[in-house]
Write a protein that binds this ligand. Structure first.
Ligand code: HEC
Ligand code: HEC
Ligand code: HEC
Ligand code: HEC
Ligand code: HEC
Length: 241
């Protein structure tokens, strides 16, 4: 109906517009996704490992697998030798553990998919929070009831600051099931993966500000004694540098 060249021009413009709108939609979606909707992020893992079974039912403490969380910025995900400590014997033939056995034999680590991830420009340290007696559940929710781990907190700047300003509203004090700062550790007894959930109770007294941990000496070599938690920082440079 128009001249051929005008026709072509209209097609070009239409295509270009469509392309731009699509790109904008994709960018917005993933941009938003990162900020807002990571809550509930729950990737499928290579091995059907269940915290609900291992922690909720078997009573294995968090630090048995995520060892070193009191000392380092990161909470390491366990290597397969931790798993094989039990699974050489328990369910040794299970097809659901085939990948774990393979990784153990070849020495190649399992590729667990990362659930929680802060942007690189944010500085976060587990050690500092754990040492102040802040339980994992304050930030990760009731992991012991999760079949597949999902992210329950937005990990946004506002979320960090909400707790730093009013910690008493958000902190769940250290629980037995986490395995952090227990009296057993203070007395130098090895952590046994035998506590039941029924035994899990706060090690510290709940009212914020009145917490007295029953432990004064260093818990174990390299692990400083817990302290009364203060307020977290609000200055930009504490988290960004
Ligand atoms: C028997 C070992 C074991 C125990 C005990 C255990 N975990 Fe895990 N945890 C894992 C493994 C393996 C993964 C990686 C696979 C996955 O995400 O499910 C993991 C992943 C996680 C993640 C997600 C990490 C990420 O990628 O962001 C969190 C959070 C977590 N565990 C918290 C806990 C807490 C809290 C407890 C105690 C209530 C606990 N775990 C006890 C083995 C364990
Ligand atoms: C004050 C909040 C907070 C507490 C308490 C906390 N975590 Fe985390 N956790 C985070 C954040 C934030 C990340 C993401 C860190 C990153 O991307 O650098 C994370 C990441 C993880 C990861 C993935 C690996 C890593 O370190 O990046 C594991 C596993 C984990 N946490 C386990 C635990 C366990 C087990 C406990 C209790 C012993 C615990 N966390 C206590 C906030 C917390
Ligand atoms: C302290 C001992 C212990 C450790 C450590 C342990 N598990 Fe288990 N796991 C068990 C027990 C007990 C069962 C349940 C067996 C049953 O159902 O009778 C089990 C069951 C499983 C199952 C289900 C198997 C099936 O056939 O139903 C998977 C998968 C699994 N574990 C993965 C892992 C992984 C991965 C790790 C390391 C991150 C790990 N486990 C560490 C004791 C352990
Ligand atoms: C559930 C409460 C809570 C949440 C959520 C929380 N914090 Fe904290 N944070 C604290 C408390 C309490 C302290 C002070 C600890 C002490 O007294 O040693 C602290 C201390 C800190 C410190 C100072 C210690 C250091 O490592 O240099 C930094 C930095 C920090 N938090 C970063 C973060 C970031 C980043 C986030 C969000 C990803 C976050 N926090 C989420 C409670 C929280
Ligand atoms: C307690 C830790 C903490 C403090 C203090 C903090 N931030 Fe952040 N900030 C974060 C986290 C966590 C993110 C990542 C947010 C996300 O991924 O959605 C962030 C993201 C940002 C971003 C990226 C844009 C955005 O909104 O995602 C900017 C810019 C920023 N912060 C500036 C500041 C400034 C300016 C200050 C001082 C007034 C400050 N921050 C103090 C934890 C903190």
């Amino acid at each position: 109906m128009f001249t051929p060249s005008l026709d072509r021009r209209i097609k070009q413009v239409t295509l270009w517009t469509l392309g731009t709108v699509l790109t904008a939609a994709v960018v917005t979606y993933f941009g938003m996704h990162n900020r807002v909707t990571d809550v509930g992020y729950r990737p499928q893992q290579p091995v059907p490992f269940s915290h609900k079974l291992h922690v909720g039912q078997l009573g294995i403490k968090c630090v048995y697998c995520h060892a070193g969380v009191e000392r380092s910025a990161h909470a390491p995900v366990p290597t397969v030798s931790t798993c094989m400590g039990c699974h050489l014997v328990v369910k040794a033939e299970s097809p659901r553990l085939a990948l774990v056995r393979e990784a153990y034999e070849t020495g190649k680590p399992l590729e667990w998919r990362r659930v929680h991830k802060l942007p690189d420009y944010v500085h976060f340290s587990h050690a500092r929070h754990i040492r102040a007696g802040i339980d994992c559940a304050s930030c990760h929710g009731p992991v012991e009831r999760m079949g597949v781990v999902s992210q329950v907190a937005p990990l946004s700047m506002g979320w960090c600051l909400d707790c730093h300003r009013n910690p008493e509203k958000f902190i769940i004090p250290a629980r037995e099931i986490s395995g952090i700062f227990t009296v057993a550790q203070a007395q130098g007894q090895p952590e046994k993966p035998t506590a039941t959930l029924a035994e899990s109770r706060p090690v510290t007294a709940p009212p914020y500000g009145l917490w007295q941990t029953p432990v004064s000496a260093p818990i174990a070599p390299g692990i400083p004694a817990p302290k009364l938690p203060g307020r977290g920082p609000e200055t930009c440079s504490a988290c960004h540098y």
